[in-house]
Design a protein around this ligand. Structure first.
Ligand SMILES: *Cc1c(COP(=O)(O)O)cnc(C)c1O
Length: 564
């Protein structure tokens, strides 16, 4: 078999298409965009993930905004190619057999990056084991650990079974995949027929691994009781002779395993790199700021505009800086087209009766406490006053809460509540079932992209980058990528002060005040009374941020700094 890929990319979720519910949010979308850019740049990569046959859920919202979840059945067989080669992992002493399904990501130069979806739903497995690749983030700790065994250990074995013998680097997208290091240790020792407990084995494996961390809070890191690990992957006592590589607070910690076994470790924005460095003392944490795949997230009217004014922009995203020379009226026309598409969709789906001439703000992301989705509604009276005295605006929301995140579900309810109580003054819509397709529709169709995370918890954030590629400036708290992307009054506006970070406790009322002041004094007047300058900001967003915060630039940095 001709399998020359040199870099294996492991991710628990990968977002390739909206019709494949194999991702939950930012992590998966980033994985998909990473692979798309690797294919464009002809980086010899192969990717591994789990099939998630029942998908991440379909979100239903009732009249009060309460979320319920429905499984998404998707037609695996009609999208992916079944690969006959099988392998197995050992879970609690029994063999769990795996097959894989292949999807090929085709780059602009027709270079292909294969993605293998591991699948345990085979007749030779028990009924329970057959469900292990069904649900993304679906079960309890036991289910989760079994999935990580399949991804990390099963993933390496599947690549070997498929003939990938020459992989130079294993890239772990988050700690979910870090058990792959144990399998590599095993292989290392297997060559000489002894236990994988020698420092030189660890050194040899470390030379092959790259770890990207995404979680700026310790509680977000995967860890498991030692007894559970023993039960599931054990007995394998040789592993516990080298427990320093994974033991943290007496737990088996996937993040520490990845940290200890990687030659290159990075956070996903400069600030996140610093925050991670403070969190993981004694390790060297680099930073490579995330991006998005430019052609994927640029809506048709802007694609056409770039094709005419910046030929070659797909091959060379840096050239988007020439957007500064696109005539302003054409930028506005492309935007008006995208906005109209969105408003029509929103009115059709929600009956919100929104108006294309009204300043439209967008906020769409996973509904979870730190994203502070309801920060805008801290002071309803002030909002009403701004809308009636300064200029009208309307707001489009979307986002799923994790099924077990009841606080996240409550946030959606509170946004629904605000929607009702403000409806005489401000039109608000909440779109159901946020996915990649809706993400593109919303980020490209609104006038201003809003983001209000609690610093420093937004490791990077990527939806504002999608907005920038479509000429949509951001109004955002200074956290994650926006610290690097914001130039006040040029690419967007900040909420709160610059330079706030890990050390500053977040202050809802100050941030809300800052948000209201910006809306009242700057954003709304600019939109209605100085359209020319507003469009200039749209162009600068493309030229300064679209040209840089893309996965093409990101992949080049991984190639230069992490892979080779
Ligand atoms: C881009 C995207 C995300 C990530 O957005 P953030 O700004 O990082 O929160 C999540 N979900 C979907 C469907 C997306 O398209």
């Amino acid at each position: 078999m001709n399998n020359e890929s040199k870099i294996a990319y492991f991710s628990m979720e990968i977002g390739l298409e909206a019709r494949m519910p194999t991702y939950s949010g930012g992590l998966g979308v980033l994985a998909g965009d990473t692979i798309r850019s690797a294919a464009d740049l002809k980086v010899p990569m192969v990717a591994v993930t789990l099939l998630q046959r029942k998908g991440y859920f379909r979100q239903k919202l009732d009249a009060s905004g309460w979320q319920t979840e429905e499984p998404v059945e998707w037609t695996v067989e009609s999208i992916l190619e079944e690969i006959p080669k099988k392998t197995f992992v050992t879970i609690e002493g029994r063999n769990v057999y795996l097959r894989s399904w292949k999807y090929e990501v085709n780059g602009i130069g027709d270079f292909k990056v294969p993605v293998y979806f591991l699948d345990s739903d085979l007749p030779e497995n028990s009924e329970w084991d057959r469900t292990l690749t069904h649900f993304l983030y679906g079960g309890d700790q036991y289910y989760r650990l079994c999935q990580e065994v399949i991804l990390g250990i099963g993933g390496v074995r599947m690549l070997r079974a498929l003939g990938y013998e020459n992989i130079k680097r294993f890239h772990m997208n988050e700690g979910h995949a870090s058990l792959l290091a144990l399998e590599l240790l095993n292989e290392q020792a297997g060559k000489t027929g002894r236990e994988p407990t020698r420092p030189e084995d660890i050194e040899a494996v470390r030379e092959q691994c790259i770890f990207t961390t995404h979680t700026p809070v310790p509680a977000g890191h995967d860890q498991f009781p030692i007894e559970l690990i023993r039960r599931i992957i054990g007995p394998r006592e040789e592993i516990f002779k080298i427990k320093d590589i994974f033991l943290y607070n007496n737990l088996f910690n996937m993040t520490y395993l990845a940290l200890n076994m990687s030659r290159f470790i990075n956070g996903v924005a400069k600030k996140h790199g610093e925050v991670s460095q403070l969190m993981f003392e004694g390790y060297t944490i680099d930073a490579i700021t995330n991006g998005v795949h430019a052609a994927t997230w640029t809506t048709k009217p802007f694609q056409n505009l770039y094709d005419r004014y910046i030929p070659g922009w797909r091959e060379d995203n840096f050239s988007l800086r020439y957007a500064l020379s696109i005539p302003k009226h054409e930028v506005w026309e492309a935007h008006a087209f995208a906005k109209n598409e969105l408003i029509q969709h929103v009115n059709r789906e929600t009956g919100a009766a929104m108006d294309t001439d009204v300043l439209t703000l967008g906020f769409a992301r996973r509904s979870t406490t730190y994203k502070r989705g309801e920060l805008l509604f801290q002071d309803g009276e002030r909002l009403k006053r701004i809308s009636s005295e300064v200029g009208r605006f309307q707001v489009i929301y979307a986002g799923k809460a994790h099924p077990q995140d009841s606080a996240g579900k409550e946030i959606i309810k509170r946004i629904f509540h605000a929607k009702e109580s403000l409806k005489a003054n401000i039109k608000i819509a909440y779109l159901e079932n946020y996915d990649m397709e809706k993400g593109k529709l919303i980020t490209s169709g609104v006038d201003v992209w809003l983001n209000t995370p609690q610093p420093p918890l937004e490791a990077s954030g990527t939806s504002g980058m999608k907005a920038a590629l479509n000429g949509v400036p951001s109004l955002s708290v200074l956290d994650g990528w926006w610290i690097e992307g914001y130039i006040e009054g040029i690419t967007g506006w900040s909420i709160g002060e610059a330079g706030r970070g890990a050390e500053a406790s977040s202050d809802w009322s100050n941030d809300a005040l800052s948000l209201y002041n910006k809306l009242e004094n700057i954003v709304i007047p600019l939109f209605y009374h100085d359209r020319d300058r507003f469009i200039e900001m749209m162009r600068s967003s493309i030229a300064l941020n679209g040209s840089f915060f893309n996965t093409q630039r990101m992949m080049l940095q991984y190639v230069l700094r992490a892979y080779f």
